[in-house]
Design a protein around this ligand. Structure first.
Ligand code: AMP
Length: 263
């Protein structure tokens, strides 16, 4: 099973990813976690992205694409994975398509957690205030200003992926504002339900394209086209398919015409 969880920061992608990990025995690949680990470890990558993340902006596409490509090639991702926080731009989604095609694998679904942004903002602001009052450590990007910027980045750069994956026929949307268990049940429901129409349409298009690419079938249709060209028929299009018989009746054979002339 290979999935993408799509939704703004705070929509519950991480929580739902954990449910899916437990249910399907697949790995959660969170680019946010990977980048935070790099910042914490003080690696060259961490130094490159630390400030960007603290500002609530998106890290460069090439950086994130490279870490995802390396990660999905690892053995534990072979059974399947949930991408949490990736892709976040159309360029990343296109890079992911190329990566998956290279490995001969495909996504099963992209699950969009639909949320009411105003309610979400309130929910996260409350959570931050509660954590602060308990003296708990916050992430550097866990403050209302940065959160606004992260939501803006989502709206401008990530939300277009909803249309992107809808066009691919693999988008499934669930209500992300429902209680956690209900969201998990809704995700389970969409994963076990029948594929949507666009996906069916797409698979038949793919089948047709594959058939056209088969040498035997390609030759056959070419041969048929050649036959049509070799026997041009000036009356084509003016008569229906069963007309030749009546035409043969109306027009005497050459033998009959010769006999008539002799008479
Ligand atoms: P997250 O934990 O997924 O909310 O990510 C935290 C931060 O990491 C984001 O605000 C970005 O700065 C950075 N980040 C995570 N994933 C990506 C991505 N796919 N593309 C660009 N930046 C990312």
């Amino acid at each position: 099973m290979r999935l993408i969880l799509l939704g703004p920061p705070g929509a519950g992608k991480g929580t739902q990813a954990q449910h899916l990990v437990a249910k399907y025995g697949i790995v959660q690949l969170s680019t946010g976690d990977m980048l935070r680990a790099a910042v914490k470890a003080g690696t060259a990558l961490g130094r490159q992205v630390g400030d960007i993340m603290a500002r609530g902006a998106l890290c460069p596409d090439d950086v994130v694409i490279t870490i995802v490509e390396q990660r999905i090639a690892q053995p534990d991702a072979g059974k399947g994975f949930i991408l949490d926080g990736f892709p976040r731009t159309v360029a990343q989604a296109e890079a992911l398509d190329r990566m998956l095609a290279k490995h001969g694998i495909a996504l099963d679904a992209v699950i969009e957690l639909r949320v009411d942004e105003a309610a979400l903002l309130k929910r996260i602001e409350n959570r931050i205030a509660e954590m602060q009052s308990r003296g708990e450590a916050l992430r550097p990007d866990d403050n209302p200003d940065v959160l606004h910027r992260r939501l803006l980045a989502y709206r401008e750069q990530t939300a277009p992926l909803i249309a992107y994956y809808r066009r691919h026929g693999i988008l499934r949307s669930v209500d992300g504002m429902a209680p956690i268990a209900d969201v998990a049940a809704a995700i389970e429901g969409v994963l076990t339900s029948a594929p949507s129409q666009p996906q069916l349409a797409r698979s038949s298009t793919v089948k047709r394209a594959a058939q056209a690419a088969k040498p035997g079938i390609g030759k056959k249709s070419k041969a048929r086209a050649t036959t049509t060209r070799r026997k041009p028929d000036p009356t084509a299009g003016k008569r229906s398919a069963n007309k030749p018989k009546s035409r043969a009746k109306a027009r005497p054979s050459s033998k009959a015409r010769a006999a008539k002339r002799r008479r």
